[in-house]
Design a protein around this ligand. Sequence first.
Ligand code: SF4
Length: 225
Amino acid sequence: MTEGAGPGDGGAGGDLRAAIAACRLCAPRFAGTATAHAPRPVVWFRPGARLLIAGQAPGLRVHLSGQPFRDRSGEVLRAWTGLDEGTFYDRDRVAIVPMAFCFPGYDARGADLPPPPVCARTWRAGALAMLPGLRLTLAVGGAAIRWHLGARSVTAAVGAWRAALDCGVFPLPHPSWRTIGWQRANPWFAGCALPALRAAVAAALADRDGGPPLPPGARAASCVP
Ligand code: SF4
């Protein structure tokens, strides 16, 4: 299900979510890709969320299902974070706001196209402003890491996760099959970073008492590794 401003989703931010769900800015761009698809924004956030998953952009499976991370990447990310499906998809606790809300398509060689920058320029600041209760942001993949931390190297940013976590951001590589080799080359990720990630996610979701919010991660320049 792709969320617009459906039943139970009115009130604060409903207009913005409805506007994103109706967005067709990239229609000409997507029509020119190998997949020649129409925009289908996958909008998945509500104001009460404590955890933000800032991913890249929906893949083809997510485009078809309308549910974020309903694919192999989602299985890996749920294993990394320790979140069961019920919690992962609870929009009152977990917001999923990627760098583009639509599937960008494939190029002529069948490779994923990057998220269209116009999406973040148009919608991201407004969407993040709707999430004042965030305790933790997971910056997943290069585009989200660049946005939230200003860093250009994924490996360097993830390696500096402790400093980023002090600013409320946990940088992660994209949880695709390509990460298998990356994890072999960086054994500290599974041995050290992932246990810390699970603890940080659990603490963020357990924090319901309205303590001081951590930076939700518009850019946190002080956290650049
Ligand atoms: S990717 Fe973003 S800007 Fe482009 S059509 Fe989808 S919602 Fe609109």
